[in-house]
Design a protein around this ligand. Sequence first.
Ligand SMILES: Cc1ncc(COP(=O)(O)O)c(C=O)c1O
Length: 461
Amino acid sequence: MSNNKTHHPSFSRRNFLTAASSAVVFNSIAVASGAARSISSSNDFAQNFQELPDNFIYLNSGTEGTMPQIVLENYKNNLYQWASNPTFSYELDPILGKHQHINRTRVAKFLNVKKNNICLTDNTTMGLSMTLMGLNFSSSDKVIMTNHEHNAISGPLQLLHDRMGLKVITRNFPPSKQLALMNETELLDVLLPDSKELRGAKALCVSHVYPTTGVRLPLKALRTKVQKLGIKYLIVDGAQAMGMIDISRGADHIAHCDFYACPGHKWLNGPPSTGILYIKNAHIKPPEFYPTLSQRMGKYSGCEQGTDCHFPMTEALQVRGCSNATGFAAMTDAMTFINNAGGASQVEKYILILAGKMKSFLLQKSPLSLISPSKSNSLLTGITAFFPFSWHNPHKIFKDKKTASHVVSTLLKKNIQIRYIGFHDGKNDEVYALRVSTALFNDDQQLKKFQHELKKVLQSI
Ligand SMILES: Cc1ncc(COP(=O)(O)O)c(C=O)c1O
């Protein structure tokens, strides 16, 4: 890949608007332009992602995002500030200091929750580990997950199973050819039927958006399921949702969950090693929940014996030695950036429109290849997963690793980055699919170029 640093972004604000072709998006960007001036003096919103080289089409935010200039600039300044006065920065600085009150408040505002519901973490994995290792499970408890969980969920559950006998029930997703056509109710009824096995589980541990198939599980519907089945905790892995969909309100508000862990470094386009853990019960304490990574464990001494303990759990989890405060501050700039783009719901709309175009392209040529749902609005996301297929014979689908890997590496030679991903399709062996992430910084022109190059690779397999 050539790394051409001349900054002539291959997309423009106009493209952003054209691709969205939505008056609502247009108005929001127009309204936001005053605030956007601090991001770009040229008032060209999309040009703020300048570090991706001109001729590089990056379609892999599901693995890592990039960063807009304002985030990079502030991140760099935070580091300089820290270096110039380290002890003050760590102990007392209101933005960089160990308590993180200001950054937690900013994140809480972005997510429409309270500061004491928020702990800033290094990543999703850390938030889920704090949650699953902190909850006081017993050997008679059962918890539910699916066969598509990332090991950020399945790993700790496996460990708890091995260490103390926690019963882990794994529910299989329907096979991809069914999934693609399902709506929300059909999917949730197959995944989480009202059965004796599931009723009364201690926790349901699922992902908000699946990195395998790109399906979204709407949080409100999950909450209804959890209530119906008498499950105590809804624990959600939001790695692929934050920054892609609006998790601050409505059917996908994180407040529907008991615990929600997500990153700042993927779709949100914040710095590496940034993440968020949301805890609904700000007063949770031992023996229900223990802070397993904290310099404030001592604050809960005696709680189990009935001593009144009021120290906020998210603050205990926040104060854990020197952490990525410079990154956390810059992550809040990524949130401001989204607000200036019209807000999280407008960004979601834009991303879904681009992803919709990708899905239509596949449906027209090879409907059998598409794995991600395309029929039901509430299941849609910015991830499009599909199997490689023969362009000349579109019924011929490939599910092996070699073909998927070949498509990815051939596209990378053309400066287009997507990825392949393995998963269990229903009860079957592992299959390999292609995964395209259409993000805020992508546009129609890039999508067309990608489709053109994809066609060429598929003509040759
Ligand atoms: C569903 C899911 N969970 C967790 C992770 C790990 O994310 P993080 O690096 O933020 O821990 C990923 C990464 O791709 C993911 O897709």
